[in-house]
Each structure stands twice: as structure tokens, then as C-alpha cells.
Design a protein around this ligand. Structure first.
Ligand SMILES: [Zn+2]
Length: 305
């Protein structure tokens, strides 16, 4: 990434800070993720969605937030995308097959159109004596139970944090500090920042942060919004209980392309001025009732990125 791009993004951030009325020293901006003052040299050009998932849009974050935490969260999203492709029948996953005490390393592929699982033993990574023993037992018909364990390679909690991080950066790129300095948006940012390090994930605050972040993320199996980039942002309103209650949101819809069908996830983020209760109430209720989220057609003119 050229220093010209970095300088351009830096100047844009400086203007945005002034517009939001946030005072920082002349040579610095605030990293949108950790909210620490950083000089140009301490900043990196960060992709809102990683290039490996089709992202092209960039913003500035500090070296620590980009390299230390960004890369590991990115790998969780890549593994999530791989798992989604597996369930569509187009991707092999590593796993382990167990018959009582015997075990073998396997590659598993799901048949297209739900035609079962194809399990192939990886001979090199398995104990030959155990493979022979397993074969004998299967052929003799005495096996009552097979256990198949798949390695998805990601933790769902970390994938949630990574998706909210992408949505937050998408909105920061669009609306700058005027969006990011909103009180409730700051709560979400802190919850993300408190959850990214391995040490933080052992603490009590991690659970509290996940309670805040988890209801924001929804998986979408069926969504026909017309767009071809890595994400779009659509404004909307959550209705709750009666029509007078609700909250205004931005829905950030991610699309990760693949030859066997895209993976789509959405993240609800608050518009400025929303309270936690009014915003998270309907989302928590929907999650508790396992209610599906229905997205109506959105006029193309309302989508932006
Ligand atoms: Zn930072």
C-alpha cells in the first residue's frame, strides 16, 4: 500500500476529528479501534474486510490493532468461510474418526445436494495398526457407534468479535469519528477491544463483552440484495413490541464469494443516539426466540459502502 494512500487516509481522519470536535495533537489521530493517539508512523493501512475475503476498502488502524489482533481475527473469519463452504458441499475439512479407543485422521467432504458425507482416512497422519483394527471391526459388523469430529479451525466467539470489528470499521470509514464517538458505539468498541487478546479471553469482562456483541450478528442463508462488493451498509429501523418502540440501525451485510455460493453474514450496528436497551432489546428477544431475521428488498439507492 502506497504512502500516498496512508497520507490521504490520515488527512481524512484529521478532518473528521475536527468535524467531531475531538482535540488531538497536530501530528496525531486516534486509532479507531483502541482510541489511543497515534502518529502517522505508528499507523497502518488496514482492510475493512481482508483481501482474502474479497475486501478492497481500507482505513487506518494502529500497528498493534492491525497486525497483532487483526491478523488473528481475520484467520477466524477465513476458517468460518471454509466451514460454510464445507456445509455447501464444496470444501474438505480435516477431522478425526473414532471407534472406541481407535482413532484415525480423516478428510471429510459433504456431498452436494445433501448426499451424505465422504470420509477419507489420511493414512500418513494415522496409526496403520489402528486403521487395520478399525477396518476389521467395521467389516465384522460389531461397530455400534462411530464418532466423527470435525476441525472447524475457529471459535464462534472470536468470529463474532471479528465480524463486529469489520462492521465497525466499515461505518468508521463511511462516517468517521462523528459516528465512532457516539456513546453506545463506544461501548461496543470497548467491548471489542476488551476481547481481542488471549489474556482478555480468560477474564470475566470477556463474557460481559460477548453478551453485548453476540446479538448483533446474524447469519443469512437467503438474501438477494443486489451487490457485488465485500459489504454494503443499509440504514433501517428495528420494530419492537409496539410500533412506538424501536431503534435505528445500520445493517452491514458481508458477502464472501465462492464458486459454490456466497457466504453472507450481517451485523446490526446502532445509528448514533440509540440506547443499549432500545437497540439490543429486540435483537436479544429475536435470538432467545430463535426468530429468523427477515430482510425485505432494499432500494438500491439506499445501499452504500
Ligand atoms: Zn489501535
Amino acid at each position: 500500500m502506497t504512502s500516498h494512500t496512508k497520507r490521504r487516509l490520515f488527512d481524512r481522519c484529521r478532518k473528521s476529528l475536527a468535524a467531531a470536535g475531538i482535540a488531538v495533537p497536530e501530528q496525531a489521530i486516534l486509532c479507531p479501534l483502541c482510541w489511543q493517539q497515534k502518529l502517522l508512523d505508528e499507523l497502518t493501512v488496514d482492510h475493512v474486510v481482508s483481501e482474502s475475503l474479497g475486501g478492497k476498502k481500507t482505513t487506518l488502524t494502529c500497528c498493534r490493532c492491525n497486525n497483532t489482533y487483526g491478523s488473528s481475527l481475520e484467520s477466524d473469519l477465513q476458517a468460518l468461510h471454509k466451514a460454510c463452504r464445507f456445509w455447501k458441499g464444496g470444501q474438505q475439512l480435516a477431522g478425526e474418526l473414532r471407534i472406541e479407543q481407535d482413532r484415525a485422521a480423516v478428510k471429510v467432504q459433504r456431498g452436494s445436494s445433501g448426499s451424505g458425507m465422504h470420509v477419507k482416512v489420511v493414512a500418513k497422519a494415522s496409526n496403520p495398526a489402528q486403521i487395520t483394527s478399525m477396518e476389521h471391526r467395521v467389516q465384522s459388523g460389531e461397530v455400534q457407534q462411530l464418532q466423527l469430529r470435525l476441525s472447524y479451525g475457529y471459535k464462534s466467539q472470536r468470529a463474532i468479535i471479528a465480524l463486529v470489528r469489520c462492521a465497525y470499521l466499515a461505518l468508521f470509514r463511511c462516517f468517521g469519528y462523528e459516528y465512532a464517538c457516539d456513546r453506545f458505539v463506544q461501548e461496543l468498541r470497548k467491548a471489542m477491544a476488551n476481547s481481542v487478546s488471549a489474556r482478555a479471553q480468560e477474564g470475566e469482562r470477556y463474557e460481559t463483552s460477548l453478551v453485548l456483541l453476540k446479538p448483533l450478528v446474524v447469519g443469512l442463508s437467503d438474501c438477494n440484495w443486489p451487490f457485488s462488493c465485500a459489504y454494503v451498509i443499509a440504514p433501517g429501523r428495528l420494530a419492537w413490541k409496539d410500533k412506538h418502540q424501536g431503534a435505528d440501525f445500520f445493517f452491514v451485510l458481508f458477502r464472501w464469494p465462492s464458486s459454490i455460493g456466497d457466504t453472507r453474514y450481517g451485523v446490526f450496528m446502532p445509528q448514533p443516539g440509540q440506547s443499549e436497551e432500545a437497540f439490543l432489546g429486540p435483537l436479544r428477544q429475536a435470538a432467545a426466540e430463535h426468530a429468523s431475521v427477515r430482510l425485505g428488498p432494499v432500494p438500491v439507492g439506499l445501499l452504500f459502502c
